[in-house]
Design a binder for this molecule. Structure first.
Ligand code: KIV
Length: 282
């Protein structure tokens, strides 16, 4: 029997209880090694549909499917033990109505073992959020800039610039939380609106491009690690992995071409002892 107590995973109740308290730390992961590194540091790991752009090279998140989300979420679940894992419902998997949403959400939770889903919760989604929560599916909402609406909005522009848009976003937040969401991602809004939303709703707000006024923060991990040439204004780069990878790969290519890799340390040698001729018993 192992003497180690099993690591207890964060629950949606733990996250909901952080309203106004210790800030919630969230990053995205789509694969096992990244999840293993994040797990110790993050309260929430989001398997975001940003996987479509970050990993699969799609121009937006619109082409992401439920099968893709399940594949990536399974990998994240295998190597994380502590963080709450939340999986995005991709475009087209919940907008038809509550029954479609429940079918896909139930599949995601059952097949991956993740504990919650996230949906981009415009005002059309309140009934769906309620339907899911009433039937045992914990929901994280996502308001403000909603990347899945890129084709309606004509791009990924910050939201809440007009009074009408501000009221709409505040209503999205209220309706999502009143419908039972345990937390909401607030994306791409000005600080005063983020503060107003955070003070208004009883669920924690997790900001991305939404100022420190929120109850927590989320970033796309590859953005904050500097894996791309360009990062949005709201991203702080904590590392420059792209240039580090570029340099390492340049060196590898050069050493292969000059036959200086592999070096002796990376080469298997026959063990002479094992290859000595067997002694004769005569
Ligand atoms: O898909 C994603 O990564 C997200 C975050 C940007 C919040 O929804």
């Amino acid at each position: 029997m192992s003497s180690h107590a099993p690591v207890k995973r964060m629950t949606v109740a733990d996250i909901a209880a952080r309203k106004g308290g210790e800030p919630i730390v969230c990053l995205t992961a789509y694969d096992a090694p990244t999840a293993a590194i994040l797990d110790e540091h993050c309260d929430v790991i989001l398997v975001g549909d940003s996987v479509g752009m970050v990993v699969h090279g799609l121009p937006s998140t619109v082409g992401v499917t439920v099968d893709m989300m399940i594949l990536h979420a399974k990998a994240v679940m295998r190597t994380s033990q502590r963080a709450l894992v939340v999986v995005d419902m991709p475009f087209g998997s919940y907008e038809e109505g509550p029954e479609q949403a429940f079918r896909n959400a139930a599949r995601i939770l059952a097949e991956t073992g993740a504990q919650a889903i996230k949906i981009e919760s415009g005002r059309y989604a309140a009934d769906t959020v309620r339907f899911l929560v009433d039937r045992g599916v914990p929901v994280m909402g996502h308001i403000g800039l909603r990347p899945q609406a890129v084709n309606v909005n004509g791009g990924f522009r910050a939201k809440g610039r007009t009074l009408e848009e501000r009221q709409e976003i505040l209503a999205e937040a209220r309706e999502t939380v009143e419908a039972g969401a345990f937390a909401i991602v607030v994306e791409g809004v000005a600080e005063d609106l983020a503060r107003e939303i955070t003070m208004d709703v009883h669920a924690p707000t997790i900001g991305i491009g939404a100022s420190p006024a929120c109850d927590g923060q989320v970033l796309v991990t590859q953005d904050m690690l500097g894996l791309f040439d360009w990062t949005p204004k709201f991203v702080k780069r904590y590392a420059s992995l792209r240039s580090a990878m570029d340099e390492a790969i340049r060196q590898y290519a050069s050493e292969v071409r000059s036959r200086t890799f592999p070096e002796p340390a990376q080469v298997y040698r026959l063990d002479p002892g094992k290859n000595a001729p067997a002694k004769s018993s005569a």
